[in-house]
Design a protein around this ligand. Structure first.
Ligand code: UP5
Ligand code: MG
Length: 204
């Protein structure tokens, strides 16, 4: 990837913190290409002929992290496709690709690999709220989402992985001064005011 042609923002936060929801709003206002690592993994899980289907299913249900090679490759491919097909950076005149990479990197090895193979992220949007809030959002969504990990048992495991494995990644970017922490406890439109301000500040 030509570093001069892509801008990447990472979107992190606990399970159910509201990453996908905020990305949806940001796409509308800023014309980002939104790539959710979890969505890419779920699509790969169900792709006919995928050699990773079972591995991905087990990791998602157990709330553990899929080996980074798989996820980084899926992201690289999705970014390359979006650039090729002109699906990134809509509304920007300079032809630069602008990507929201949602739910990634959630383990240090992924962060290092992405830095090396793809590019450095300009900003990390970090959505934080309490486990209580996240749990109730996920259980509510679980009534209709069909997601294999929206059940009390998987959610507990996702929280553990988040605390033990993903928080160190957020701390790493904090030390680099790249993190904008946003309280995602209020209603989504209110959270979005802070998201928008953080992105405007970072991209100006
Ligand atoms: N909602 C959202 N915002 C709200 C608000 N402000 N007020 C009230 N309600 C709000 O939101 C969750 C729910 O809450 C929705 O119903 C929404 O309407 C409501 P959402 O925006 O979907 O939250 P999000 O943070 O995106 O939650 P998600 O469940 O997607 O987070 P996870 O990080 O757990 O899931 P992800 O898909 O990223 O990853 C799933 C699994 O994939 C991981 O556990 C892992 O096993 C695997 N994975 C990897 O192995 N490697 C990776 O790099 C990435 C994923
Ligand atoms: Mg999500």
């Amino acid at each position: 990837f030509d570093h001069n042609k892509v801008t990447v923002l990472f979107v992190l936060g606990g399970p159910g913190a509201g990453k996908g929801t905020q990305c949806g709003y940001l796409v509308k206002d800023f014309g980002f290409c939104h790539l959710s690592a979890g969505d890419l993994l779920r699509a790969e899980q169900h792709r006919e002929g995928s050699e990773f289907g079972e591995l991905i299913q087990t990791c998602i249900r157990e709330g553990t992290i899929v080996p980074m090679e798989v996820t980084v490759k899926l992201l690289e491919n999705a970014m390359a496709d979006a650039l090729k097909e002109g699906r990134s950076g809509d509304g920007w005149a300079d032809g630069r690709g602008r990507f929201l990479v949602d739910g990634f990197p959630r383990k240090m090895d992924q962060a290092i690999k992405f830095d090396e193979d793809v590019c450095f992220a300009s900003l990390v949007l970090f959505y934080s709220t309490t486990e209580e809030v996240m749990l109730s959002r996920l259980l509510e969504r679980g009534k209709t989402s069909g997601r294999e990990d929206d059940n009390a048992e998987s959610i507990k495991k996702r929280f553990t992985t988040y605390k033990e494995t993903t928080m160190p990644v957020i701390k790493h970017y904090e030390a680099l001064g790249k993190v904008a922490e946003i309280d995602s406890s209020p209603p989504a439109d209110e959270v979005y005011k802070a998201s928008k301000a953080a992105v405007e500040k970072a991209l100006k």
